[in-house]
Design a binder for this molecule. Structure first.
Ligand code: SAM
Length: 261
């Protein structure tokens, strides 16, 4: 139990930020403005919530833990959505509030951070920007460049829709209880004019490509392309990690047109 009297629940990935310097740097990185429409995922014991509310007129929070949600409801200028963020329709939330776009922030539960990132990808059209504390290894994968071990499905899918920067490294001691891993904060800004390709199609293509990342693409994506009768120019004599995002996008467009023809 920590000073707040709350026992951290492992199943909810609860590691509460306690380092004032880190909280301050994170808030400065977010740079909240009074009129911002902001949603915090997993506010917990309000380490970040409190300083955000000092700068905002209002804040929406999504918290799954019933006890923590009850505490948060006592705060002023806050709307508490007691829910699993993976079930929250962020687009619907923005529409119901009559907002064109939302800023999304949070020190995410690491056990479900990838599902949360993919969930938010479905709602990218109503997102102005996202600032997330994540396991550093996940941030490294998100921002990874081709021909590196960290480059994979997550890098391609997210780099397609967001401009991203790792803005802060955070050690385990900044949390109570401390996680076993290093953390980092990523800033994600949706591209204004992303390459237009259906998410499901790109997702399937990238999944097939990275299904056996040590093998040459001819064993995986090559077969998938053959099945689609693809006769275009794409070098399958290389590994999935060697293909830049732009080439995956171009291939998705070409094969999508093929599927429609
Ligand atoms: N923001 C707080 C901080 O920085 O100290 C807490 C961060 S803690 C790493 C993750 C928070 O997300 C916890 O409050 C946890 O209860 C909440 N959480 C876990 N799974 C969730 C889910 N599926 N939906 C919404 N909140 C969730």
């Amino acid at each position: 139990m920590n000073a707040s009297g709350h026992i951290a629940r492992k199943r909810f990935g609860q590691h509460f930020l306690t380092d004032v310097g880190v909280i301050d740097a994170l808030v400065r990185g977010i740079d909240p403005q009074p009129d911002d429409a902001m949603v915090e995922i997993g506010p917990g014991l309000s380490a970040l919530t409190q300083p955000l509310l000092e700068r905002l007129q209002h804040l929406h929070v999504i918290e799954i833990d019933r006890d923590l949600a009850a505490r948060l409801r006592r705060m002023a200028r806050i709307t508490v959505h007691e829910a699993d963020v993976l079930t929250v329709d962020i687009t619907q939330l923005a529409r119901s509030l009559n907002l064109a776009s939302l800023r999304v922030v949070g020190n995410l539960p690491y056990n479900i951070s990838t599902p949360i990132l993919f969930h938010l990808l479905d709602h990218v059209d109503v997102v102005l920007d996202q600032h997330f504390m994540l396991q550093k290894e996940v941030v490294d994968r998100i921002v990874a460049q081709p021909s590196t071990a960290a480059y994979g499905r997550l890098s391609v899918m997210l780099q397609w829709r967001y401009e991203m920067d790792s803005i802060l490294d955070v050690p385990p001691e900044a949390f109570d209880p401390p996680p076993k891993v290093d953390s980092a904060v990523v800033r994600m800004r949706p591209w204004a004019t992303p390459v237009a390709v259906p998410l499901a199609h790109l997702s399937e293509l990238v999944k097939v490509a990275f299904s056996q990342r040590r093998k040459l693409l001819r064993h995986t994506l090559g077969r998938w392309l053959e099945q689609r009768g693809f006769a275009g120019d794409f070098d399958v004599q290389r590994r999935a990690e060697e293909v830049p995002v732009a080439q995956y996008l171009a291939l998705a467009i070409q094969t999508q047109n093929k599927a429609q023809a």
